[in-house]
Ligand binder design. Structure first.
Ligand SMILES: *[C@@H]1O[C@H](CO)[C@@H](O)[C@H](O)[C@H]1NC(C)=O
Ligand SMILES: *[C@@H]1O[C@H](CO)[C@@H](O)[C@H](O)[C@H]1NC(C)=O
Ligand SMILES: *[C@@H]1O[C@H](CO)[C@@H](O)[C@H](O)[C@H]1NC(C)=O
Ligand SMILES: *[C@@H]1O[C@H](CO)[C@@H](O)[C@H](O)[C@H]1NC(C)=O
Ligand SMILES: *[C@@H]1O[C@H](CO)[C@@H](O)[C@H](O)[C@H]1NC(C)=O
Ligand SMILES: *[C@@H]1O[C@H](CO)[C@@H](O)[C@H](O)[C@H]1NC(C)=O
Ligand SMILES: *[C@@H]1O[C@H](CO)[C@@H](O)[C@H](O)[C@H]1NC(C)=O
Length: 503
């Protein structure tokens, strides 16, 4: 197979020699592929320029001027390779050496960089040579990290830490070639990541295996964990500029994302204060619900009691519900105590709450408003409190006026008829009844007073107020001097009809 390719080459060369001038120069360049530890890489000798007759391609490994031949390819002749040839294969068509299972020594030995050299010997008018060399850079894939240690040591098994504690997590990983790899950190609080790259992170590097790689030990310190760090989780990520330069947000697939995530860590803190919420006052026979809350992790437990009755626990939840309230039994001060257990120590906080119980009273009745405006016939029959006082006041004034008039009358009469006969004035016509209409006959009102007192009655009895719910039609008989309503039709609805006289 190689011989047929060589034959083709030779025929091409011969053709070239025939068609071209044989006095041109040839060059060779060395091309080295990307290399990764443990993978194969290639070294290729690319011949260019006007064709002369290539005689020999030699590919060597040069370590500090100590040259080891990998392939000595004599055109139309033998191909020899170095010893042992197990990692080397050669493509004679492309003059390419394929080196498998790359190791650190393929790049550097001691302090010496390894050079891959292509030496070309060709014939034009005379035998000439060309040479070229390249170094290889071998990448090292970083490894998934592991959590080496934590502080407190039981952090990951306890899954909690007491507030104020210093928390440390140390991750370790082979991060790849030196200067290429690193460990970075993220802190999650309620799944919100914080990228940490400041003084909280301390890292040291040491030689890894293989020796051209580095192991990094990195420690993240959270100086004093607080309740604002609640449900804390910490992740370390390995990054490497040759492979995964940026760490993902989350460590959901440790093998793929090269990360390690701690358990979610609860931050425990003692209860400091308790608060009671609820209505301060409730009605007798009613009910009231009081709620107690004390910020604490682990969650607080609650106990309720009443002041003066401390031995009787009313509730062991954060809610106290009191029903069928009685003033004697239930009014007073209630206490809630919230407690929690932080690392074996019980912490407590109390709050008191004064509950007032309002006695139940019959619902207050709504008194109708006094009627204003000239509704004299109606006012006379009114019995509501306000109107009664007005009536009494008017009556008293009237009586006083009458007495005054009588006194004045007597004085005048005595002056006109001095010392004739002393007659006692008759008090008969004067009526002391608490009644406005002592001169006129009182209207015979049949209607419900409340209806007549309604403000919607206004000034006109004929006017049917469409806006008001109640109105009245008063009809009086047409005989002069009479103000007596003739008929009053009280419908089922809230209004009355009263026939008015045409005055
Ligand atoms: C060249 O390699 C040989 C063995 O492979 C070693 O003994 C010698 O010291 C090397 N020479 C230099 C200059 O490194
Ligand atoms: C090729 O190698 C064989 C031995 O393996 C040798 O006899 C022969 O002379 C060599 N040919 C050339 C052109 O070097
Ligand atoms: C190099 O060799 C490996 C096997 O060792 C092979 O899988 C790979 O395809 C070869 N690469 C080239 C470019 O020939
Ligand atoms: C509560 O109980 C203790 C004994 O358990 C008793 O000495 C105390 O008097 C009680 N207090 C009240 C207010 O009943
Ligand atoms: C409410 O309490 C009173 C006494 O305080 C009692 O007579 C009544 O039966 C109670 N009602 C209910 C529904 O428990
Ligand atoms: C407090 O909690 C610890 C476990 O965290 C438990 O061992 C201990 O008994 C608890 N103490 C009390 C008084 O409940
Ligand atoms: C009730 O709570 C208050 C705090 O608000 C506390 O000072 C008081 O001692 C408590 N009373 C009892 C009987 O525990």
């Amino acid at each position: 197979m190689t011989s047929s390719a060589s034959l083709l080459n030779i025929s091409l060369i011969i053709l070239s020699v025939v068609t071209c001038l044989a006095s041109t120069q040839m060059t060779v360049s060395t091309v080295v592929s990307d290399a990764e530890l443990g993978q194969w890489f290639t070294v290729q000798c690319q011949v260019s320029g006007s064709l002369g007759l290539v005689v020999i391609i030699q590919i060597s490994k040069d370590i500090g001027s100590n040259k080891t031949t990998l392939v000595n390819h004599i055109i139309n002749g033998n191909i020899t390779t170095d010893k042992p040839p197990t990692r080397i294969s050669y493509n004679s068509d492309t003059y390419t050496v394929n080196i498998s299972n790359a190791n650190c020594q393929d790049e550097i030995v001691g302090a010496e960089r390894v050079k891959y050299v292509c030496d070309l010997t060709y014939v034009t008018t005379a035998t000439a040579t060309a040479t070229s060399s390249k170094e290889v850079t071998i990448k090292a894939r970083p490894q998934e990290p592991s959590i080496l240690s934590t502080s407190p040591a039981s952090l990951l098994s306890d899954k909690f830490v007491v507030e104020g504690t210093e928390v440390k997590v140390t991750c370790s990983a082979n991060v790849g070639r030196e200067t290429k790899g690193s460990i970075v950190w993220r802190i999650y609080r309620n799944n919100t990541p914080e990228f940490v790259s400041d003084a909280r992170v301390k890292s040291v590097e040491r030689t890894g295996s293989p020796s051209c790689t580095r192991v990094m030990d990195s420690t993240l310190t959270v100086a004093s964990v607080s309740r604002s760090d609640q449900d804390l989780a910490i992740a370390c990520f390995v990054v490497n500029s040759d492979f995964n330069a940026v760490a993902p947000e989350l460590c959901s697939d440790p093998a793929a994302a090269l990360c390690q995530l701690t358990e979610t860590i609860r931050v425990h803190y003692p209860v400091k204060e308790a608060f009671i919420t609820g209505d301060n006052s409730a009605t007798e026979e009613g009910s009231v619900t009081l709620t107690c809350y004390g910020s604490a992790v682990p969650d607080a437990t609650y106990v309720w009691f009443k002041s003066g009755d401390e031995n009787r626990t009313l509730s062991e939840s954060n809610i106290l519900t009191l029903t069928n309230l009685s003033i004697a039994e239930d009014a007073g001060e209630y206490n809630c105590t919230a407690s929690n257990n932080v690392s074996g120590t019980i912490y407590s906080a109390s709050q008191s709450f004064k509950l007032t119980i309002v006695p139940t009273t019959p619902a207050p009745t709504t008194t109708p408003e006094a009627t204003d405006g000239p509704t004299e016939p109606v006012v006379s029959g009114d019995t509501s409190g306000d109107d009664q006082t007005i009536i009494i006041a008017v009556c008293v004034s009237v009586v006083i006026l009458i007495i005054l008039a009588i006194i004045i009358g007597i004085i005048c009469w005595k002056r006109r008829k001095p010392r004739k006969e002393i007659e006692e004035p008759s008090e008969k016509p004067y009526n002391n009844r608490p009644n406005l209409s002592f001169q006129n006959p009182q209207p015979d009102l049949v209607a419900d007073e409340k209806k007549f007192n309604n403000p919607s009655l206004n000034n006109s009895f004929d006017q049917k107020n469409e806006d008001g719910l109640m109105y009245a039609d008063l009809t009086y008989d047409n005989r002069p001097r009479s103000r007596k309503p003739m008929a009053l039709g009280d419908a089922m609805s809230d209004y009355s009809d009263v026939q008015m006289p045409e005055v």
